[in-house]
Write a protein that binds this ligand. Structure first.
Ligand SMILES: [Zn+2]
Length: 686
């Protein structure tokens, strides 16, 4: 991943969605550009459309370009190679009884997530290649739809189990939910009235109608073991103005929590959140991705139906789970057996699960809560998770991914199959593809739609929630547009400069987010018209706003302190007691074995917290000691009746004369890019 650079002053290529990809630099974002966003509740506050934001250079542009240039094709090639796309051809041809179907029950969903990614990518850049790939893939999917709207390649055809015969594990409605989300992306990135005539959108509507018939009032009073249909129905209902879909999503949310799903061996109803109704739960539990997709849907339903109690329930769960069940990176999930949340304070670094998909699902929940409540803490968690989970998963070439994201790797990972399907990796190496390969396509669709998560708009209030260099042209609800050119080297430098490039002749409000870690931030704003700019003044974490009748050339500048800092775990997190982490801006840092003196063992490293960390490249340098392990008699368990010795100056190779060594930390999102390594985020202090 390249380091950031300032925004280019070159003319902007079109951020619009024209089918021919023609440049329309500076054009007012049309309706399609404004509407091209994954989440569109009927509230006054909305997220930015992909046509309103163009990122240009810097941290995220690198990721977005690699996603577009490598990951989308990579995902398609692997699914072609494994026969997951051909599964649709087999259904269409009526040959499902001939041979075994490759892939898990849920492999259709990966094809749908790739379709969603291609649609957003086309909407984001106008890339005709992405559009063509979408149409080609969609044609094969659509051909597999049954006459009554059912669409699944694993059930209901010759040689296959019957439809909806295994709701606990079958993932049929889960797959349909992803189909609906792909259709939403297509609708919102397609110009004009042709959107609903699109073959994939037509198929999704038929599939949604089928679900409403099969699972509506008086029909099957059942749910799917993996939530996802709910969020798909809710958003398709918004995109089409179809209240039946919202009602069906509401039914599914309300039905969960009453123990109707058949148990899965070794796992209780908590695994699929069927133990407690959503509105009664106090914290997230069970399988993390399921819990978070369900929570996202619950926010959608609560907002669309005006159900304040349900919204408050999700906020309550968010608060408790973030306070007690969330890793420093924003990662969620502490148990490997069920890919699930642990109990309060159960946050071991080495056994952190932190599935990439759970990080993406957490962003989905927090983004919805931000739109619903305007509470800045949700934007803070989105940032933490984007930089330290979502950005961590893909390798810098976009062709390998982390599935789990532990905060400590004791020995360098070495079980990678570089050109084979890998088991569900528990960390240590990024793999090109997995047996259960939910994460790569989830990363792809998230990065393709990333600019939509950077700003919110409410009336004449424009809020920058995330920072990246580029240009924004936001359509204001009361008419006109606010144009901004953002120049920054964030996250490696904390200076964010927003220059007004266009503004209406009336007061509007520009809000900036001061992250929770940014004590001592300052903002500089223009005085009244023609009076120049004021002096920097200190602002506290939260929203800071400037309301003016802006004129082009006005500058609002935010300066966030990004010196490395120590971060201490809550003492109730037993697994982290006696350790400290180092962060810099929004980035969690880590030590990799590559950066230790030759022969040194990462397990022997002790950080000296009395010496403040200092900047080093895009990471930090700390003062540490290397403590030789105690001389435990051979063959005895690693316990002793003797209390630990006080810190000593005993040192190993590579240290200075007084027993200390300077050790470099790098951003966690870049770990394992230099080959397999031992790694840790939390460092013992004694
Ligand atoms: Zn996943």
């Amino acid at each position: 991943m390249t380091h950031t650079q300032a925004a280019s002053a070159a003319p902007a290529p079109s951020p619009g969605t024209s089918r021919d990809g023609a440049a329309s630099a500076g054009a007012v974002a049309d309706d399609t550009g404004r509407l091209a966003r994954p989440v569109a509740p009927a509230t006054s506050r909305r997220g930015a459309g992909l046509g309103e934001v163009r990122v240009d250079g810097g941290f995220w542009t690198s990721l977005l370009e690699v996603n577009a240039g490598a990951t989308l094709r990579h995902c398609r090639d692997w699914m072609e190679r494994l026969g997951w796309i051909a599964n649709f051809d087999r259904v269409a041809a009526g040959t499902t009884a001939d041979g075994e179907r490759p892939g898990w029950q849920f492999s259709d969903s990966e094809v749908y997530k790739l379709l969603e990614a291609l649609a957003w990518e086309h909407g984001r850049t106008g890339d005709v290649g992405a559009d063509a790939a979408f149409e080609e893939l969609a044609a094969r999917v659509v051909a597999a739809q049954d006459d009554d709207g059912y669409l699944n390649t694993c059930y209901g055809h010759a040689g296959q189990p019957g439809r909806y015969t295994d709701l606990s594990s079958g993932h049929e409605l889960y797959c349909t939910g992803h189909l609906l989300q792909a259709a939403v992306a297509r609708i919102r990135t397609t110009t004009g009235p042709s959107a609903t005539a699109d073959p994939l959108v037509t198929a999704a509507i038929r599939a949604a109608d089928h679900v409403c018939r099969e699972f509506g009032p008086g029909a099957r009073e059942q749910i799917c073991g993996h939530p996802e249909i709910e969020v798909g129905l809710a958003e398709l209902g918004r995109a089409l103005g179809e209240p039946r879909y919202t009602a069906q999503a509401t039914l599914f949310v309300e039905r969960r929590g009453h123990g109707t799903l058949a148990p899965i061996a070794l796992l209780g109803p908590q695994y699929f959140q069927d133990d407690v109704p959503v509105r009664d739960a106090d914290a997230w539990r069970g399988h993390a991705v399921r819990a978070l997709y369900l929570a996202a849907a619950a926010v959608d339903v609560a907002v669309d139906t005006g159900d304040d109690e349900l919204l408050a329930a999700v906020e309550r769960q968010w608060t408790r789970s973030v306070e007690r069940r969330t890793h420093l990176t924003g990662g969620m999930g502490s148990r490997h057996q069920d890919e699930g949340f642990g109990d309060d304070w159960e946050l071991p670094a080495d056994r952190a699960y932190c599935e990439t998909c759970a990080g993406i699902a957490s962003v989905m929940v927090s983004w919805r809560l931000l739109l619903a409540t305007d509470d800045v803490r949700y934007a803070d968690l989105v940032e933490r998770t984007l930089y330290n989970v979502v950005a961590t998963s893909p390798r810098s070439d976009g062709r390998a991914f982390f599935y789990a994201n532990p905060l400590q790797q004791r020995t360098p990972g070495g079980d990678l199959l570089p050109d084979e399907v890998n088991p569900r990796a528990e960390g240590g190496v990024r793999a090109p593809w997995f047996d259960v390969s939910c994460c790569p396509t989830n990363v792809a669709r998230t990065l393709a739609s990333w600019p939509a998560y950077t700003a919110t708009i409410d009336g004449d209030v424009v809020t920058l929630a995330q920072y990246a260099p580029g240009d924004l042209r936001i359509a204001l609800d009361d008419g006109g547009a606010l144009g901004l050119r953002v120049t920054t080297r964030y996250p490696h430098h904390g200076y964010v400069r927003a220059e007004i490039t266009e503004a209406p002749d009336r007061p509007v409000t520009l809000r900036l987010r001061v992250p929770s870690w940014a004590d001592g931030a300052t903002v500089t704003a223009p005085r009244a018209a023609g009076a120049g700019h004021g002096d920097p003044h200190t602002v506290h974490p939260g929203w800071t706003e400037v309301r003016r009748t802006f004129t082009p050339g006005d500058v609002v500048a935010l300066d966030l302190p990004t010196a490395p800092r120590l971060t201490w775990p809550d003492p109730r997190v037993d697994a982290l007691r006696g350790t400290v982490a180092v962060e810099r801006g929004p980035l969690v840092l880590c030590v990799e074995s590559h950066d230790l003196p030759p022969g040194a063992d990462l397990a022997d490293l002790r950080l000296d917290p009395s010496v403040p960390p200092v900047p080093h490249d895009d990471g930090a340098r700390v003062r540490a000691r290397l403590v030789p392990p105690p001389a435990t008699p051979a063959g005895r368990p690693p316990f002793t009746s003797a209390p630990p010795a006080p810190p000593s100056d005993t040192t190993d190779g590579g240290t200075t004369d007084n027993g200390t060594a300077d050790v470099v930390l790098i951003p966690y999102h870049r770990w394992a890019e230099r080959g397999p390594a031992a790694m840790r985020v939390f460092l013992p202090i004694r």
